[in-house]
Structures are given as structure tokens and as C-alpha cells.
Write a protein that binds this ligand. Structure first.
Ligand code: NAP
Length: 498
């Protein structure tokens, strides 16, 4: 990874005001909101949430492509302390999730803490005072004792590395920066990518496009999505807390069982393999097309897709699956390795996120002037994805090795938030200046993690879970309960209180 040069910020103008807070939270997505709510509950009301977008939602603000929805059951995509009886279906749509988040912000009085449309340009730890100093793009200065970075791993859109991409003369969209004003009706549309995002948008785009070509580099595993609308009775029952808790608990157990599907030889894995094969057979009648949609890697290595309308899209005459590699983009369209030219009006890149360059856009400078980018030269690593040696009073939400392929990220956010707040309270109540994970603890933790991940199913293919050097930097290998147990209550012996 190239070393990032951190420019020194312009000095503060004499007399320039510095806004002082106890906590600065970067990012108003699910984890930022959870942190804000729990800070209030812990009696810490002096915090600000900085968000570069003009609205809250994080990934749900960014990902507004047609068909965007959550791929875990909605009862698990709501916080344990804030069940939502208003979900209209089991797999909630992006707008519904946005509405849930808006309601959370309103009911917990978070609006006055939000600074939307504000981009951090630097965060720098001041060893002398034990505070973080921040600068925004607008030139504002802030100072806080604690810095919570809740930007998550999926916020930097990755454009495909294909020659000529910039020369394309039509409309070019990335799924995570959707522009709904671009007309698709009757257009010749190309979609690059066949991951979780593409699988959601291909069906809805096929309904509008005059012609749709889907460029697949690697076929993925697709399982049926057991979706259903929630009726009036579901809504009424969901207002009854024991019922809501029971449904949530049940889904948690079902998805935890799904974790076994990542281990060779388990009943869960055999069941998933059989279900995936039957799903493909049932939904795609053409054996040649079926063959081209058959994944070349072991199930679970990349995120499993849950979809009922992805495969059927290819049964329509105006939808074509292209498996030839794209060699270049021209002003008119795409050229594939067989020399074929594919004229296109709208080019949709559902090519995922840059997860390895986590926090690349904001220089985060820790002790000794060392940046997070420098500390992570071999790929991101942290202690339980939460704290990083050399970066006191910094807490990452959904940091390295906290993603899961089988359940809701919210189940990882909640204990992470508890951990971070307990560390903050240890500083505040113990009269300390800082809390920092011990370097030896972080090292030993990551050695254990990497030895568990070596030879796992996730090591057997290319995916956003891995860095270029092959290290698995995004994924947590275990069951949710294991993470929760390890993280919920920090062992302060793992930390140095300064
Ligand atoms: P992704 O899983 O990284 O998929 C990117 C796709 O683009 C892959 O099919 C990849 O092919 C293809 N691609 C990338 N560069 C290419 C190139 N140069 N030429 C051809 N194809 C190229 O990204 P994603 O689908 O956006 O999903 C990322 C993650 O977001 C998911 O794993 C999931 O965790 C999350 N997500 C969640 C939801 C939800 O409902 N909660 C919905 C969508 C996404 P290869 O496979 O060959 O690399």
C-alpha cells in the first residue's frame, strides 16, 4: 500500500473559535446513531455527529439504487433497544430503514447533535492534552476527548479498474452514489458486477431498461430470500414487547445456525448447497445459462446473495448475461475480450467498495505523528475491530474483522458501543487522560484471529473481505455470541490508562 503523506493543516487563525466537545462521532449511519443514543443513556450529552452527506443514514443514505433493501430479516435490523413495529415486510427496503433511522434520531433528540454536510479534513491526537483536534473542510476547528469513527467499511465506492472508463460519453452511475434523475426507461443499460448490490438492482432495472447487459466476472452463490409482507396482525403483535423480542431472538438463532454453513461437512452447509442448486435449477431453465451462473468458488467465500428475482431476470429476452471479460470502455460502450462491442446509454457500476483503504480519505494522526494509514500499511487491524494501539481515545465502529457473512451487523455494533463507552467511563471516572489498547494485546489478538482465518472458506477466493496481500481484514470468523461475550465488557487489563 503506498504511504500516504499527511499534509500539515493550515494553522488556526489567531482567535479562531474551537468547538469543544466530550465526543466527536464521525458518520451518521447505524453505528453512529447507536453510539449517540447510548452516550446519552450513559449521561454523556456533549457530543457532535459529523456527517459528510446532507442527511443521516450512512450506507442507507448512499445506497439508494433501485431495489435496495437489507439482506437480513428486519427484526434483526433494528436495535435491541428500539424494535420497530412499522416494518412493512421481512426484508425492509432502503427507504423504510431510512425512516427507522430518522425516527430514532427524532425520538432520542439527536438532531441537535448532527452536523450534516460537513467533511472532516483531519483528526489529530494531541499527546500533551489527551484530546483529539479536528479540522473540517470548511475550516472549522473542533476538539474532543474521544473520537468515535463510525464510517464503517462500506463507504468508499470502488470504480472498476477498466481502461477508458472516464471516456464513456453516456451516463455513468455507481450503485452507492445513485442519481435517480438519470432515466433508465427504454435505455440500453449495462451493469458491471454481480455481487449483493447488483443482484438487488438487476431485477428492478430490467423492468425499465429497453436492453440490459449484466457483465459478470465471477458467478455467485444465490439462495432464496424468504421474504413476505408484514400484515396488520404482524404490526399489532410487534407492538407487544415479548412477541417482538421472541421474533428477534428466533431470527438470531436461525442466522447463527447459518454460520455453520461456512464450515465444511456440516448439515447446514449441505442444506445450503442443496438449496442453492435447486434454486438455480428451478429459476433458470436454459442449461447453458445455468452453467454460466454456477459459482467457481466454495459457498460462503464471498457474501451469499439472497434473491428471488436475480436469476429470473435472465430469462427475459432483453436481458443478457455477458461473461466475457471487459477489456476497455469506449465513449459508446464496452468492449469484451472476444472483440465484441456493446453499445450502452447508461453504465451502472455495482462494483462494491474500497474496504482496505478504510479511513483513507481522512488523515487520522495518532501518537508520535503516526497516521492510521501508516499503522495499517499491511492492511487494517485493531483490537476486536474497536481500538488501535498508538491511537488513544479512538474507537472504531465496525472496524477491521467485524463484518459477518451470516447475520446482522447491528448485533456487532451494540456490544462494540458498550465496550467503547465503558472505556470512556474508565477514563472519565478514574481521572485519567486517555485509554489505549496495549500493542502486545492487539498483536496477540490478531495473530489468533489470522490463524483461525487461515485455511477458512474466506481464504479461498478474492473478495472485499481480503487485502491485496491475501490477509482477511474485514471478516470475523466466529459466531455472534462469541464476539458479544468478548467485547461487551472490556477487560481494562488489555488497555493502558494514561
Ligand atoms: P461486491 O460484493 O464487492 O461486488 C462487486 C462486484 O463487482 C463483483 O461481482 C465483482 O466481481 C465485480 N467487479 C469489480 N470490479 C470489476 C471489474 N473490474 N470488472 C468486472 N467486474 C468487477 O460489492 P457489492 O455487491 O456492492 O456488495 C458489497 C457488500 O455490501 C456486500 O458483501 C454486503 O456486505 C453489502 N451489501 C449489503 C446489502 C444489504 O442488503 N444489507 C446490500 C448490498 C450490499 P468479482 O466477484 O469477480 O470480484
Amino acid at each position: 500500500m503506498p504511504e500516504v503523506q499527511v499534509p500539515l493543516p493550515d494553522p488556526l487563525a489567531p482567535g479562531q473559535a474551537v468547538a469543544r466537545h466530550e465526543v466527536v462521532i464521525l458518520g451518521a449511519g447505524m453505528s453512529g446513531l447507536c453510539m449517540a443514543i447510548q452516550l446519552k443513556r450513559a449521561g454523556i450529552d456533549d457530543f457532535v455527529i459529523i456527517e459528510k452527506q446532507p442527511g443521516l443514514g450512512g450506507t442507507w443514505w448512499d445506497n439508494r439504487y433501485p431495489g435496495a433493501h437489507v439482506d437480513v430479516p428486519a427484526p434483526l435490523y433494528s436495535f435491541s433497544f428500539a424494535p420497530n413495529p412499522r416494518w412493512t415486510r421481512r426484508f425492509a427496503s432502503a427507504p423504510e430503514i431510512q425512516a427507522y433511522m430518522q425516527a430514532l434520531a427524532r425520538s432520542h433528540g439527536l438532531e441537535r447533535h448532527l452536523r450534516l454536510g460537513t467533511r472532516l479534513s483531519e483528526a489529530r491526537y494531541d499527546e500533551a492534552t489527551g484530546h483529539w483536534d479536528f479540522r473540517t473542510d470548511g475550516g472549522d476547528a473542533l476538539r474532543a476527548r474521544f473520537f468515535v469513527c463510525s464510517t464503517g467499511p462500506l463507504n468508499q465506492p470502488r470504480w472498476p479498474d477498466i481502461a477508458g472508463l472516464d471516456s464513456f460519453a453516456g451516463q455513468r452511475l455507481h450503485s452507492a452514489r445513485w442519481d435517480a434523475s438519470v432515466p433508465l426507461q427504454g435505455q440500453r443499460v449495462a451493469v458491471i458486477g454481480t455481487g449483493s448490490t447488483a443482484a438487488q438492482l438487476v431485477g428492478p432495472i430490467a423492468q425499465q431498461a429497453g436492453q440490459l447487459q449484466v457483465f459478470q466476472r465471477t458467478a455467485n452463490w444465490v439462495l432464496p430470500r424468504m421474504d413476505r409482507p408484514y400484515g396488520v396482525l404482524d404490526g399489532l403483535l410487534a407492538r407487544f414487547p415479548p412477541y417482538a423480542a421472541a421474533v428477534r431472538w428466533l431470527w438470531m438463532q436461525v442466522l447463527e445456525w447459518g454460520r455453520r454453513g461456512f464450515d465444511e461437512g456440516t448439515v447446514a452447509r449441505r442444506g445450503m448447497l442443496r438449496t442453492a442448486a435447486a434454486h438455480l435449477r428451478r429459476q433458470v431453465k436454459d442449461p447453458v445459462l445455468r452453467e454460466r451462473l454456477t459459482p467457481p468458488y466454495p459457498l460462503g467465500c464471498k457474501r451469499i446473495i439472497y434473491s428471488n428475482d436475480f436469476y429470473p431476470a435472465f430469462n427475459q429476452p432483453h436481458v443478457q448475461l455477458v461473461t466475457q471479460a471487459i477489456t476497455r470502455v469506449t465513449p459508446q460502450g464496452l468492449v469484451t475480450a472476444d472483440g465484441c462491442e456493446h453499445p450502452v446509454d447508461v453504465l451502472v457500476c455495482a462494483t462494491g467498495f474500497d474496504t482496505v483503504q478504510l479511513l483513507q480519505s481522512v488523515p487520522v494522526v495518532g501518537r508520535g505523528g503516526r497516521t492510521l494509514q501508516q499503522a495499517w500499511a499491511d492492511g487494517p487491524e485493531a483490537f476486536h475491530g474497536l481500538t488501535v494501539a498508538g491511537f488513544p481515545n479512538l474507537f472504531l465502529m465496525l472496524g477491521p474483522n467485524t463484518a459477518t457473512g451470516h447475520t446482522s451487523t447491528l448485533l456487532f455494533i451494540e456490544p462494540g458501543v458498550q465496550h467503547a463507552i465503558a472505556c470512556m467511563q474508565a477514563v472519565r471516572q478514574g481521572g485519567h487522560r486517555s485509554v489505549e489498547v496495549r500493542a502486545d494485546v492487539q498483536r496477540a489478538h490478531n495473530e489468533r484471529l489470522q490463524s483461525r482465518l487461515a485455511g477458512s472458506v474466506w481464504s479461498l477466493c478474492r473478495s472485499w473481505y481480503r487485502a491485496d496481500n491475501g490477509r482477511i481484514v474485514a471478516l470475523f470468523p466466529g459466531f455472534t455470541r462469541e464476539y458479544v461475550r468478548a467485547v461487551r465488557k472490556p477487560d481494562l487489563a488489555d488497555y493502558r490508562l494514561g
